[in-house]
Design a protein around this ligand. Sequence first.
Ligand SMILES: Cc1ncc(COP(=O)(O)O)c(C=O)c1O
Length: 401
Amino acid sequence: MKEMDYGPETYAVNGGLPLNTQHGAIAPDISMSVNNIYDPNFGDFSAKGMDDLTTAPFVYAGWSNPTVRQLENKLSVLEKTEDTLVTASGMAAISGTLLSLLKAGDHIILSDVIYAAVSEFVRDALPGYGIDVSVVNLTRPDELEQAIKPNTKIVYAETPCNPLLRLTDIHAVSLVTKKRGLLFCVDSTFATPAATCPSQLGADLVIHSLTKFINGHGDAMGGSVSGSHLLIAKIRAHAGVYLGASLPAHSAWLIMRGADTFYPRMKTLSDSALEIARWLEKHPKVKRVNYPGLPSHPQYELARQQMDLFGGIISFQVTEPSQILHRFLNEAKLFLHAFSIGHQRSLVVYLDSDELIKTSYSFTDQQEKDYREMAGEGVFRLSIGLERTDDLLAELDTVLA
Ligand SMILES: Cc1ncc(COP(=O)(O)O)c(C=O)c1O
């Protein structure tokens, strides 16, 4: 049959390696073996030649495995990149990527607001390896240009960022990184491929916590980094083989199953999140709502250009945070108080600004001012699930009463 060009929803269901046809199974098999028969004529048993070891014959799960590779292929199709490495968690993808591509004496520019563990890893751990770090609000392009040094190698962004939902203009930043010969790495966990395709806007590497929306069921951890064959081969050798970050096959299988329904889930929960964000904005106890789909978002125009859907995460400030937290903890039945995001069930967490600034961010005065403008003394972060929107609204109405 003629090769077809399908839509991404179709590739999310059937992208990757062909199914095992032996039994006519329509669900993929799991290949649990971590070790495969090795033909000594096949090649060099070294991580340096490893780009050849991601296709049959598979050698060892440190490089890849048939089930893991199927997920990697699916993600490469969705992210429109040449290759993907999947890892044991989102943090493994991030730390593995940075430790693979940076060496002592190099410099990285990090977005000032970012997932807290990334902020702590880059600011606190990388300098211990001799890596120089600058922290910049990437919505201020002049600050990015000023922060670039002769030894700068990577600019690292998260868009929308956790927990502010502030955006980075991927295309605009990529014009700077391309001009200055830097790698541009974008964590697209909040956006997902259903909303944004960073590689098409100029990013060199696209990172996901697969633990979140792509798996979507809160039952498997995983991470991914997608990019060119050359970059991914290098990251696979360092992160997958040397650091041992590779993803177990069973988790890869669960995440692939999650990815089958990923597009309709994202559509449903983004529609629901938009309705909830609009409702919150009108509530008398809500001081501010951060959601890229609201015209009040300071980068609404950019959101409309860069995002096909606005996603499932909302953060908002309220007038009485401790009372409302108490009600979420004691009265809510649908919004579970839990840290992660992107599952089928709705989640809520309160993120106190003083605490986050003290533990994870060390802002300049201007960066703190920018942060507090969106987060005030703290925000509730909602991760909208697949429950009926009216039921979620009714629960929010009770909690905010
Ligand atoms: C934007 C973002 N990136 C990366 C991560 C880390 O992913 P994981 O928890 O799978 O290590 C998180 C976790 O919350 C996140 O929110």
